[in-house]
Design a protein around this ligand. Structure first.
Ligand SMILES: [Zn+2]
Ligand SMILES: [Zn+2]
Length: 230
């Protein structure tokens, strides 16, 4: 069971028969599975990011679609900015969420397998040391080798504004199957820039997993993996 207040995403089933009454059919973004306008294959964020990066985006699996009122969203904010005791408790809970999801569904997210796991770094936030999400991923203890492959580059990243040079490589990923992980996917500018840098450095494939895909109005909770629907 997902924690209270958590919206767990499952793709919306679109009926194959023509409806008797024409009503807008909600669809899911083909990249991040957030709601997309009827007739569009991507949500507006992913469209903006794809246009700005001028390359295909990598598919992203989100454990849940989260809105501001969900317990999971609160945890994703508090683990890095809450009081120390709260941050530690939320970090532990998030590790558990990641562990339980990955144990059952890592193969759904990355069917071709994973050689290395890369955490999307913060861009220029001045925080010393590794990103705190890295500790959560490490504590989840079911992800293949963590590799600190990326560091901020010359380009400036912002909401819906990716930059081809926003990250640069400091480890060799050529020929490797990379699982790119992050805490929250909002517009995708950071994660998709990171994926682009990895692909251009010769990664064999890049699959992405995030804990929460932030949306303003999450659909009704349905407990299922975004990939296998179990
Ligand atoms: Zn999207
Ligand atoms: Zn699954």
């Amino acid at each position: 069971m997902p924690p209270a207040g958590t919206t767990v995403f499952a793709p919306v089933a679109i009926p194959s028969h023509a409806p008797l009454v024409r009503v807008p059919i909600p669809t899911a973004c083909g990249i991040c599975r957030a709601p997309a306008s009827a007739g569009y294959s991507m949500c507006t964020s992913c469209r903006d990011v794809a246009i700005a990066l001028q390359r295909p985006l990598v598919p992203v699996s989100a454990i849940a679609l989260v809105g501001t009122t969900s317990a999971l969203y609160r945890a994703l904010r508090q683990y890095k900015s809450g009081e120390p005791g709260v941050a530690a408790r939320q970090s532990q809970w998030l590790s558990g969420v990641l562990h339980r999801f990955a144990e059952r569904h890592l193969r759904c997210v990355a069917p071709d397998g994973v050689d290395v796991t890369v955490v999307v770094p913060s861009s220029r936030d001045g925080r010393p040391g590794p990103h705190p999400f890295e500790s959560i991923v490490r504590a989840a203890a079911c992800f293949p080798m963590l590799l600190d492959a990326l560091v901020p580059g010359a380009g400036t990243l912002a909401h819906r504004r990716p930059a081809p040079d926003g990250y640069r490589l400091r480890r060799d990923v050529a020929g490797r199957r990379v699982l790119l992980v992050d805490d929250v996917y909002t517009s995708g500018a950071h994660l998709q820039t990171a994926a682009s840098a990895l692909e251009q450095a010769g990664a064999r494939c890049v699959q992405a997993l995030v804990v929460g895909r932030f949306v303003r109005s999450p659909p009704a909770p349905r407990a299922a993996c975004p990939c296998c629907e179990r």
